[in-house]
Design a binder for this molecule. Structure first.
Ligand code: GTP
Ligand code: MG
Length: 370
């Protein structure tokens, strides 16, 4: 633990040194601005003044991937990550299955999506697109709140025989809040009740002006049943992706975001992750959330073992020491010692967070000091 002078701490907090001395006096400590205080006391002071606790030495015990920026010349084009959103039963999974050319719907209990699926397809032209199928918008919002913005493009699925439903509107709002471009897929085009123009008009009320209404939001009529419109949808995704110039450095230690995780009776903790940058390799030592581990094996969405995973590829990772949470970041580190150190620090921090639910008051501080 590092010591810091009261004045140095005051400078970092942009507070007056004298105010810190006063606060310390109330905490029963007589010090001058030039004296040093220990880290725990410093943290109490920071809390008291309402600043975020940012340990002086946090970089030694934790990893901040946001701080580690790749040089522009290392960046290469990566596949877009597309999230399908829309109202219950509007045909999200069916559309995704049609896009994959396979049928998972029949494998799902009652046809309802049980979890987030992540898949990558190769188009006729050889381009790769990663799709995420969400069970609801909570997952999307929760991940965004946790700073895990993995989605590049949202496909808003609206059943053309129905209308804009509550979750359609929710999806619109979440997408807007995330600042992610949207493509509207009006689906079930094969149904006699299909009235896409009605949908386009209703979308106007939510400030979504689609191409067919001379706006700039791409829209397409599709049918998961007949396959109509799928090629156009893929074209539109690729066009949008091209405009966005999505890039990542593939030649570095990987970081990835957890899409879902579970405990498998036979295999142990399993996490489906999406590679943000770098290439994840079998044997890599990693930290994910509060857990450490080593990549024992990786499976792609077709259940095939892969040795390496480049940016935008979703893979299931085996070898993590516990079950992480959706939205957690997976980071590759250089040694097991380092992995355990970071995971241990995060566990401590998580425990401390749970136990310090009460707001910082003088009484709390006294009891905390004991
Ligand atoms: P949840 O995951 O439960 O929110 O549903 P979902 O949005 O994934 O919808 P799903 O793909 O499970 O489809 C719901 C129902 O609509 C199923 O009975 C599908 O067979 C049907 N359906 C989906 N797409 C089409 C389509 O293009 N045409 C027709 N005729 N039916 C469709
Ligand atoms: Mg579904």
């Amino acid at each position: 633990p590092e010591a810091i002078t009261v004045q140095e701490l005051a400078n970092r907090m942009a507070e007056k040194g004298a105010d810190l001395v006063k606060a310390l006096f109330k905490m029963g400590m007589m010090v001058t601005v030039n004296q040093t205080i220990d880290q725990d006391t410093a943290e109490l002071l920071v809390e008291e003044f309402g600043h975020n606790i940012n340990r002086v030495s946090e970089s030694d015990v934790d990893i901040d991937t946001a701080e580690d920026v790749d040089a522009p010349e290392t960046l290469q084009t990566r596949p877009p990550v597309v999230t399908i959103m829309g109202h219950v039963d509007h045909g999200k999974t069916s559309l995704l299955d049609a896009l994959r050319g396979t049928d998972v719907v029949r494998g799902e209990a009652g046809g309802i999506t049980q979890h987030i699926g992540a898949y990558q397809i190769k188009t006729k032209g050889g381009e790769l697109i990663t799709f995420l199928d969400t069970p609801g918008h909570e997952a999307f919002t929760e991940m965004r709140q946790r700073g895990a913005n993995v989605t590049d493009i949202v496909i808003l699925v609206v059943a053309g025989d129905d209308g804009l439903m509550p979750q359609t509107i929710e999806a619109i709002n979440h997408t807007k809040a995330a600042g992610v471009p949207m493509i509207v897929a009006i689906t079930k085009a094969d149904k006699p009740e299909f009235t896409p123009q009605k949908i386009r008009e209703r979308l106007l009320e939510h400030e979504i002006i689609v191409e067919a209404m001379s706006g700039d939001v791409q829209d397409v009529e599709v049918s998961a049943k007949t396959g109509a419109g799928l090629d156009q949808l893929i074209e539109k995704i690729l066009l949008q992706a091209e405009l966005m110039e999505l890039k990542a450095n593939p030649d570095r230690a990987a970081d990835a975001t957890v899409i879902e995780a579970k405990l498998d009776k036979g295999k142990g903790p399993l996490a489906t992750v999406l590679i943000n940058r770098g290439t994840l390799k079998v044997g890599d030592i990693l930290v994910v959330g509060t857990h450490s581990g080593r990549v024992r094996a990786m499976l792609d969405d077709k259940g095939r073992q892969v040795k390496t995973a480049p940016p935008s590829l979703p893979v299931e990772v085996l070898g993590i020491g516990g079950v992480p949470m959706a939205g957690d970041t997976l980071t590759v580190v250089e040694s097991e010692v380092r992995a355990r150190e970071v995971a241990g620090y995060r566990q401590e921090k998580a425990t401390a967070k749970r136990t310090t639910t009460a707001p910082a008051t003088i009484e709390n501080m006294f009891s905390a000091l004991k």
